[in-house]
Ligand binder design. Sequence first.
Ligand code: F6R
Ligand code: MG
Ligand code: MG
Length: 365
Amino acid sequence: MKITLSVIKADVGGYVGHSESHPDVLAKAREGLAKAKQSGLLIDYHVTKCGDDLQLIMTHQHGEENEKIHKLAWDTFVEGTEVAKSLKLYGAGQDLLSDAFSGNIKGMGPGVAEMEFEERKSEPVIIFMADKTSSGAWNMPLYKMFADPFNTIGLVIAPNMHVGFTFEVHDVKEHKKITLNAPEEIYDLLIFIGAPSRYAVKAVYSRETSDIAAVSSTQRLSLIAGRYVGKDDPVCIVRSQGTFPAVGEVLEPFALPHLVEGWMRGSHHGPFMPVAIPDSIPSRFDGPPRVTAAGFQIADGRLVGPRDMFADLSFDRARQQANEIAEYMRRHGPFEPHRLPLEEMEYTTMPQVAKKLEGRFSDLK
Ligand code: F6R
Ligand code: MG
Ligand code: MG
């Protein structure tokens, strides 16, 4: 059976500030998606949140970029915005960059990760959701899952993974894409994806079967809007087991709270902290950036789950390390590399300050 898994998310209002989602907004979204399930448009759905982002996880048989599914998500976000406005939640409707839906939700503000696949005999998937960071945050974890034998031993000892995986990489600034094969092109791959503010891994495919293994949302809100509108807070879907990395290999990269862009005012580097879904409440300096993981078994399109994958003691050390790194980074205050380089900061006063002081600059002798 061919099914499509669509994860579409948006920040339609924060509670309190940008730290969390309000239960009434989630309840409204559940109402809308329940109707869509009743009408047969969706096979199943799960509504959750990551920090101030509302996450719609949906299964159906209409393929990727389907107008009806995208419209359903858009309408759900508009309805959520109404609730957010009535509660005067913070930044109500902040990710809805357009007034009217026009066929495809991409480019309109919300983040989208979708994949269509033939459901296997057993189909474990993990949906990663992040708050206070941008789409390049998945680059290192996806590289480790699908190309690093120190993370994924299956690449070395599982016959059906040994040929490796193909990475589709997007240049989010030039709107170009390239496909590279691991393991033989990993040095070429890394020169791009090691620069995650510009190059983001969009998808990964098995070279054994050509099946889709992972897909991420690569929208950069600030590039769509041409101005600061919040960090992308991306999502990523990963299929697991069999010809794909095992669940433990998929989760393992997050044992390292690596540094990502985002955090306060989308203008800082901070550690990516893996947390249980209820703990995605970025509060210290609006962070540190969080990642949650919802695991499902898909059964004829039904979403059996979620299991809250980071609600596990074995990630305590990563959280503790993340908090130590957060403390260390915070001591840098307004200095790089805590503060992002000039061209990556989402907020800046540089043009005004430079203009004000223009006359006081003189040439170096
Ligand atoms: C970062 C984020 C927050 C806000 C900050 C200021 O992605 O959402 O850190 O940037 O709280 O928000 P405003 O400018 O809305 O007061
Ligand atoms: Mg927000
Ligand atoms: Mg957010």
